[in-house]
Design a protein around this ligand. Sequence first.
Ligand code: SAM
Length: 332
Amino acid sequence: MVALPVLQPRPAPATPPRSVRLSLTDRCDLACIYCRPDKRDGYLEDRLEIEAWKTMAAGLVRAGVRRVRLTGGEPLLHPAVVEVVAFLGSLGLDDLALTTNATRLARHARALRDAGLMRVNVSLDTLDADRFRRMTRGGKLDVVLRGIDAALAAGFDEIKLNAVVVRGENDDEIEGIVRWSWERGIVPRFLEVMHIGEGAKLKDRVVRASEMRARLAHLVHHQTEAIGEADRGPAKYLFARHDPAKKVGFITGTSDTYCKGCDRLRVAADGTLRPCLATNDGLAAGHIARGGDASEIAGAVHDAWKLKPDGEVWKGCTEPDAAAVSMRGIGG
Ligand code: SAM
């Protein structure tokens, strides 16, 4: 077991993990200003091989997991991403999704859809090419837009756009991003900067969801209560005034931590089972996955789940220790 400076084992929560995020790789081709300091920060030495990922996935399902999201790092940098999706697609999951920066989506979208991927979230903070280059430290917006076009053409069940709002960078684009997304049948969502990793250095540039909502008052029913989606994580949605089928989501990791009821487990690229986004604690299970026995993974999941913070007193991403977590490393 990895050292546990913060969390102590306790009886496993009554509800086992239903949702898991697999960080296929901690590598990323961008360096977003709220995520990592530059493109040369360290990477994990140890990474699971494809067969070990399959054992891991089968073990997770045996432990009760019904929903899987591939993330990272940038999952589309992994050479076997389509093969992993195809394997996951054969497991009869309720949901199979991927979060990506879309720099390689144009070349992979069709194959991912054919392999069984259901939904895609694209992280995109701005529609301005200069800003995009600055916020990602070198990214090319046109490549990402081509990736989104390819995803739309591939016919996924749903495409969402995740934009982290940073005051003084892109907070004047909230309405523009909403309109642009709605025109394409994409669901826009806005994230508060979380005090994780480099985000901890941007505390004075957080735009709270309440302010974002107010800025969209003319477009959405902002005085009604924002509604969550069953089994779909912490985002809460407001609906368009002109069309109840259109909505915009908010993820409030800073103003309203949502640890209570969290049923998420994360698996890092080296096979460490990580029960909480906001700590570096976890249970090393890469060697178990390499052993090939899925039932042993299910046992490890049970043990890792005992490290889950209680969600009552734990304040998640606002805990001081969260600054030491790498979103890219943990599979954010
Ligand atoms: N590379 C993929 C991508 O770009 O979507 C997946 C990994 S990335 C770490 C997952 C998500 O975490 C992205 O939407 C990114 O914007 C978000 N993120 C990273 N650091 C964050 C922070 N400090 N606060 C809020 N969101 C953050």
